[in-house]
Write a protein that binds this ligand. Structure first.
Ligand code: UDX
Length: 455
């Protein structure tokens, strides 16, 4: 099928590359000439396992191309995917200017039936606004062309996006009942047929329900995390082990095991933004989502948990003290620093007078850029970036772990002990077993794992 993807950000690029991999003819559009040049010269703007190979293979096969030519992009695809950014406005609502600009471009240039697929995470009701924008453009040039807007939210996890796209748990598609809506449904069915071979994974629904599903899913997952973080903090007080509790409750199939890991708080581009946007939508309809307000507040507080543990152990004034930090990205397998808990921790350590040595397997470059904005050049000079994790440890009071990269799971604990000034690990991701740490002679503080008998 002929497909256009508008926006070659994270979602657009993964969607375009994976659809090309299935044999579709994909045209990717972006307004950013530099990004298009990079992609056309074989480069890739994000770190995502497996993506580079898929992009290279499909470019070589002529099934995937990148351009800034708007008219050509509209002419190309019967399916026009809108996958542009929806950054939060000052008030937390999703900013739809890029989505609506993409819709207007389609309306301005389209000559025959098109299906417009909303892939970006957009508030309930956006498909209607997209349709209205297209209708206005058509009216402007007195053109009569049929089209249909469908909602097809993505459920891609950064670091596993290719895998998530290729093996989806579910495909959610919202369409309307008009003649165009039925045509759109048939085309979407054809597009996703390769994913439904073994069993049907597509959930067909009305457009508003599909838009809502995306927010509901992310809000539910964020809620689970904040709930576990709150329980973990209490477990620390009462002397219980949140890991044992996680398994104890997760074994109930109504609860399940996943997304119950306590830690240093959630970050990334989706959960913080989507929780806020859903709260904002509710307010527009005179409803307050009390649970989500708490989810957000708990998460904001949880991002300070490692800082609080440092203060509890080393005092309020950290002047002259040096710390090692492993992990900067908001989660493993990505270089994404958006809303990363490491940013909150580093700011706190630096403001209390400490110096820091940091290591992340892939996010160092992005971290330098972001931390310069957060801290300013003078304070950034107090952060040393080391190429090897062990090199961050020398003369540090303690090792602080913020991201659960695989490479941190089985380090040489003897070397850690030798290189640190004190054998202390404050672990924001519960990577190690507290009893084993006691066994190797390391003072270990996880999140919610201070069982009384260990003390
Ligand atoms: C999320 C959704 O999972 C995905 O379906 C949606 O399309 C986009 O948002 P992503 O933001 O890439 O994906 O990351 P995810 O793996 O969901 O993790 C989000 C954050 O929650 C990370 O900061 C992670 O460290 C944290 N997390 C996750 C926990 O603290 N505990 C958990 O148990 C799981």
């Amino acid at each position: 099928m002929k497909i256009t993807i508008i926006g070659t950000g994270y979602v657009g690029l993964v969607t375009g590359a994976c659809l090309a991999e299935l044999g579709n003819d994909v045209f990717c559009l972006d307004v950013d000439q530099k990004k298009i040049d990079l992609l056309n010269s074989g480069g890739i703007p994000i770190h995502e396992p497996g993506l580079e190979e898929i992009v290279a293979r499909n470019r070589a096969a002529g099934r995937l191309r990148f351009s800034t030519d708007v008219a050509a992009s509209v002419a190309h695809g019967t399916l026009q995917f809108i996958a542009v950014g929806t950054p939060p406005d000052e008030d937390g609502s999703a900013d739809l200017q890029y989505v609506l600009a993409a819709a207007r471009n389609i309306g301005r240039h389209m000559k025959e039936f098109k299906v417009i697929v909303d892939k970006s995470t957009v508030p309930v009701g956006t498909a209607d606004r997209v349709a209205a924008a297209i209708r206005e453009e058509l009216a402007e040039r007195e053109a009569k062309v049929d089209f249909s807007v469908v909602s097809n939210p993505e459920f891609l996890k950064e670091g596993a996006a290719v895998e998530d796209f290729m093996r989806p748990d579910r495909i959610v598609i919202g369409h309307d009942d008009s003649h165009g809506g039925q045509r759109a449904r048939d085309l979407m069915k054809l597009l996703y047929a390769p994913f439904n071979r073994n069993h049907e994974r597509t959930y067909w629904m009305d457009v508003r329900s599909a838009e809502f599903t995306k927010y509901a899913a992310n809000a539910m997952l964020a809620t689970r995390i904040s709930f576990m973080n709150e329980l973990a903090n209490l477990a620390d007080r009462v002397g219980a082990d949140i890991e044992a509790v996680r398994q104890g409750i997760g074994s109930d199939p109504r609860i399940g095991y996943s997304f119950l890991y306590a830690g240093a708080g959630y970050g990334g581009s989706c959960f913080p933004k989507d929780v806020q946007a859903l709260e904002r939508t509710a307010r527009q309809y005179d409803q307050e989502l009390l649970i989500l307000r708490a989810v957000e507040a708990v998460n904001d507080r949880q991002k300070h948990i490692l800082g609080r543990k440092v203060v509890a152990r080393f005092g309020e004034d950290l002047t002259g003290k040096h710390f090692a930090v492993w992990g900067l990205a908001f989660k493993p397998n990505t270089d994404d620093m958006r809303e990363a808990p490491s940013r909150v921790l580093l700011r706190e350590l630096i403001e209390r007078g400490a110096t820091v040595a940091v290591h992340d397997p892939v996010a160092m470059h992005e971290a330098k850029r972001v931390l310069e904005l957060d801290l300013g050049t003078a304070k950034l000079a107090r952060v040393r970036f080391t190429d090897a994790p062990m090199d961050a440890l020398d003369d540090a009071e303690a090792l602080l772990i913020v991201t659960e990269w695989k490479a941190f799971r089985s380090p040489d604990f003897e070397e850690i002990k030798e290189r640190l000034k004190h054998p202390v690990i404050l672990d924001g991701r519960n990577l190690y077993e507290p009893d084993l740490m006691t066994g190797v002679g390391i003072e270990y503080h996880g999140i919610g794992r201070s069982v009384l008998t260990r003390k």
